[in-house]
Design a protein around this ligand. Structure first.
Ligand code: FAD
Ligand code: FES
Length: 252
């Protein structure tokens, strides 16, 4: 993990309220799908950096995509190419797919961005069956990346693009056609809770790993802002012990 001064190469809107920022790093870093970076917003009044999933890496360039949520991401969306921003990366663990060949991917909202990094890392070598949920047609983005999957099902809450519904139900209704030996997922907490509940209800024992997006402070394991509970009630730091956990390891 390094604290680097990166140069903003581009910062563009890619969907309604969603931007992709590409940073050129002073050196190449090895990164894996599921890891994240902690990026300064460029606004001197906001000291805390913002955690964003690593989405695309190419040479010294790394891209992350973000939804405008509050003050930090709003400011970040105004940052122009050429600006220098401090970035800490790569942080956290990752989706380790060694030993798995057929991967079911269940993603929702901004959770799709780290999953894209996983598909890019392993495509050609492994088969991805992706079930991706967006709010509506205006939120759909990075289609060409998602389409690297062997099978891609996109859902929207209102049916304005793809199937009407959500990613978890799309996966469950198709699961007999999917030879998945592992499931990976990232998305809003409610989606992960429903996924866990449905896997239990339907007796699906396929290994499942989820990436959590808790509120964070330092991103380094020091402030304990990101603590979640393990299944046995112990504290886990999402930034240091995760963000990727076995679905049975954590309380969702
Ligand atoms: C591991 C990880 C990966 C993430 N990847 C992405 C991604 O790829 N794309 C994306 O759009 N969002 C992602 N998020 C969520 C993103 O970090 C928040 O939406 C963002 O920090 C909000 O900042 P803000 O200043 O706009 O909001 P504010 O509410 O103004 O933020 C105030 C403070 O709370 C923290 N905070 C607020 N919401 C969150 C949150 N959900 N998670 C963590 N910290 C939060 C901020 O970092 C900041 O320190 C990720 C979060 C985590 C933990
Ligand atoms: S964000 Fe500070 S300990 Fe995890």
């Amino acid at each position: 993990m390094k604290d680097l001064l990166a140069t903003v190469k581009s910062n563009k809107k890619i969907a309604e309220n969603i931007y992709m920022i590409t940073l050129t790093l002073p050196e190449t870093e090895k990164m894996h799908g599921g890891q994240f970076l902690n990026l300064s917003t460029g606004d001197g009044a906001q000291l805390l950096r913002r955690p964003l999933g690593i989405c695309i890496t190419e040479g010294n360039d790394v891209s992350a995509c973000y939804q405008i949520k509050g003050k930090g991401t709003k400011y970040l969306s105004t940052v122009e190419a050429g600006r220098k921003l401090r970035v800490l990366l790569p942080l956290g663990n990752w989706f380790d797919l060694d030993g798995y060949k057929n991967i079911a991917v269940i993603g929702g909202g901004v959770g799709v961005f780290p999953l894209i990094a996983v598909i890019r890392e392993y495509c050609g070598e492994k088969n991805f069956y992706s079930y991706i949920g967006f709010r509506n047609v205006d939120a759909v983005c990075l289609w060409s990346e998602l389409n690297k999957s062997k099978k891609l099902v996109v859902t929207t809450d209102d049916g304005s693009f793809g199937e009407k519904g959500n990613a978890v139900s799309a996966f469950l209704s198709d699961r007999n056609n999917v030879p998945a030996d592992v499931i990976i997922s990232c998305g809003p907490p409610v989606m992960l809770r429903i996924l866990k509940q449905k896997l239990e209800e339907e007796g699906i024992t396929t290994p499942c790993f989820v990436s959590l997006e808790e509120r964070m402070g330092c991103g380094l394991g020091a402030c304990l802002v990101c603590v979640c509970k393990s299944a046995s009630g112990e504290n886990l730091r999402v930034c240091r012990d995760g963000p990727v956990f076995g679905i049975g390891e954590v309380t969702l």
